[in-house]
Design a binder for this molecule. Structure first.
Ligand code: ADP
Ligand code: MG
Length: 344
């Protein structure tokens, strides 16, 4: 890059930016099995297990809006999204650290409420809060969590292990968190226009919950263990199904076929899409923040999960040359594309 050139971050996008800034990063230790590029980094400290580590930031105004995000839920979500990245390696989380930056707008009671949510999540996922950092902020609340977990070496699931013929699966319904956000934003606008109007979320509880208090699917990881399944690849759905399928294709050097009519959509998500006049498969493909797991299994493992109530089979892995494709409900075959990054 020449000295005078200024490149807007928006031109590059999140993933190209990460590639750019992490170019030339050196690995100094044999214990680092996997560095940048998966849901979590992977370390080998000996024995028959790997340690995995993942970190995420939640920033006010970018990742959450305090006008409708209850503080307890925010604390809960901060833990859940990190636990989800550990789960995406087929690992079980054990420890977290939590760092917060707060403005003087927050009272001790408010910070305590965030921690009530953090503690509730730690209890639910059986993770130990072992440290963190606390600082003041000029503007906005920031929560950063790092999670550590463990997995037997022969059970680790990277983004890169999918093979032609594997079945593409998701652990639950998609698009709910995005439609929940649309409803919350709409109710916020109504409230801003007329503060006497109370938000009506009664008919939208499921999808509002998907947005405000997502769960990490550690239950599925325990089930894989019991069923004797090791996914050939796995990623958690934070950015939207299409984007995550493309990550698996790129890292596994494969193509994929996704059937639109197989995408699981909850009836409440479906109804709200109708209300907002958008096709219900759009948020399922591109919505994000559902924190379900997207994974691939070998065909021979299919009978073990065939009847599972919350595992859905949405397509299969194909040759790299064929790329990632979407078979629409109208039986058209299109290239699968991910919408761009929203944050810049
Ligand atoms: P996820 O959505 O699963 O949290 P990301 O897309 O945020 O994953 O990150 C992809 C990879 O890039 C991860 O391995 C992550 O640790 C790494 N990464 C992201 N931002 C940075 C950064 N600023 N410096 C170094 N590595 C980063
Ligand atoms: Mg992830």
């Amino acid at each position: 890059m020449s000295e005078n050139k200024r490149t807007e971050i928006g031109e590059l996008g999140e993933f190209a930016l990460i590639d750019k800034i992490t170019e030339g990063v050196e690995i100094h230790h044999k214990t680092t099995v996997k560095g940048i590029g998966d849901d979590a980094a992977v370390f080998d400290y000996g024995g028959d297990e790997y340690t995995v580590l993942s970190t995420d930031i939640l920033l006010e105004g970018i990742h959450f809006d305090l006008s409708f995000m209850p503080l307890q839920h925010l604390g809960y979500k901060a833990i859940a999204v990190n636990v989800s990245d550990v789960a995406a390696m087929n690992a079980i989380p054990e420890q977290v650290t939590v760092s917060i930056a707060i403005t003087n707008r927050f009272s001790v009671e408010a910070v305590d409420m965030i921690y009530q949510g953090i503690k509730a999540a730690c209890k639910n996922y059986k993770v130990d809060l072992v440290g963190g950092d606390t600082t003041s902020s000029r503007q906005g609340l920031c929560i950063s969590v790092t999670a550590v977990g463990r997995v037997k070496k022969d059970k680790i699931a990277y983004r890169s292990g999918a093979k032609k013929g594997d079945i593409l699966c998701v652990s639950g319904d998609l698009g709910g968190a995005y439609m929940g956000l649309q409803v919350l934003l709409r109710e916020k606008k109504v409230f801003e226009a007329n503060p006497e109007m109370q938000p009506n979320l009664e008919d939208y509880q499921y999808i509002a919950g998907r947005q405000l208090r997502p769960e990490a699917r550690t239950d599925i990881i325990h089930e894989f263990n019991e069923l004797g399944i090791v996914p050939t690849s796995m990623i958690d759905i934070s950015d939207g199904l299409a984007s995550e399928v493309l990550h698996i294709c790129k890292d596994s050097k494969v193509g994929a076929v996704v059937y639109e009519d197989k995408l699981p959509v909850d009836h409440q998500t479906f109804d709200v899409c109708h209300e907002f006049k958008i096709p219900s498969k759009t948020p399922a493909l591109n919505g994000g923040e559902d924190y379900e797991l997207l994974f691939t299994i070998k065909q021979e493992d299919f009978p073990k999960v065939e009847k599972h109530a919350s595992i859905f089979f949405i397509g299969y892995i194909d040759e790299a040359e064929n790329g990632a494709r979407l078979v629409t409900e109208g039986q058209q075959t299109l290239p699968l594309t991910a919408q761009g990054w929203k944050h810049f």
